[in-house]
Design a protein around this ligand. Sequence first.
Ligand code: CAA
Length: 391
Amino acid sequence: MPSDLAIGIHDLSFRTTSLVLSHTELARRNGTDIAKYHKGIGQRAMSLPTADEDIVTMASAAAAPLVQRHGTDRVRTVVLATESSIDQSKAAGIYVHSLLGMPPNVRVVEVKQACYGATAALQFAAGLVHRDPQQQVLVIASDISRYDLGSPGEATQGAAAAAMLVSAEPALLELTGPSGLFTSDVMDFWRPNYRTTALVNGKESVAAYLEAVQGAWRDYHVRGGLPLEEFRAFCYHQPYTRLAFKAHRQLLETCGAQADEEALDHAVAATTGYNETVGNSYTASMYLALTALLDSPDDLTGRTLGLFSYGSGSVAEFFAGRVRAGYKAHLRGAAHQEAVGKRRAIGYEAYRELRERTLPTDGGWYELPHQTQGPYRLAALRDHQRIYEAA
Ligand code: CAA
């Protein structure tokens, strides 16, 4: 196997849900100064699922364009990362595999470590491709973020799935150099199996995230990573987009570099466009930041990007990627804009109604209303099973 083999992201696509609640509407009803949402946390709206949408329907919608463009002949592995899992045993990716009509000779697994899961999946995928460069791996990050009503976290909800095809000689981004890793046993954010909403110590979570930026970067540096000046831009995990700017300030200060507004904007501003209107999509969030950056008008050919992935609890990784020549021809910016732009805006009352609804757990037969605008839907529940269909 050639040691200079390039491995990385060959194709990248994201989808979100069909409904959207604006922060203006939320602020109007809970009495918050809208500047806190728009400037303080950098959020304008959040995606919300209809009754017939979940992590499987989003994941399938995100991955379908990759399967349409590349086929499935070379895909031997599907890894779906999520922290909003729908089953304690069966991997959600098996439903995706079925909806997308993939052949049986494929391994499918689910991975979890809060918002970091998709980065673990990407690294596992790179290892598999390294072992057999003919193979491709479909990595999907899919999450729905839910906090208690009226809690500080409520304004940082959201939902999305990002799908990546990982291959040798990738068209978009080559993964380069070492990874900087940082794990710390903290209770900043968690969700016990019996809860549908996350528990969070908000301020502690921000502090833990920023400490992880420092820890992961230092490890990256010690392991011979590139110096700060080599990077054109940085994609951070974005539970809310303002945190990406704070994170970059932390990184610049760790490096003893000037951390003024211009430097922060230059490195981070182009990564926030999708996340500020989709909200926190947990493990998909950093990949929506990367998508926004690649979809931006700048020509990033040959430039190095920094990626910082953080999952509460906590595990973090800093790694680098080099943008491939000709990448713009493979982007899906129009489809991403459409996915975000076609969501139906709902008011606060409808949002509260949605939040009060829960799926029955008695094993009966329930058909779900057809509400999604997406290509796949959760059609029914029967005998404790989820029944999906093409919409
Ligand atoms: N105008 C402008 N700015 C304003 C403002 C106004 N009127 N009012 C407040 N602000 C600013 C504040 O100064 C603050 O800015 P700084 O962070 O720079 O100090 C910002 O808006 C937020 O204000 P508060 O800290 O008062 O907000 P809060 O108490 O409501 O909590 C939060 C914010 C902690 C992020 C909360 O939304 C939360 O708990 N979210 C969920 C947890 C989270 O997202 N944690 C992030 C790290 S953990 C992680 O990354 C994993 C994950 O995905 C969850």
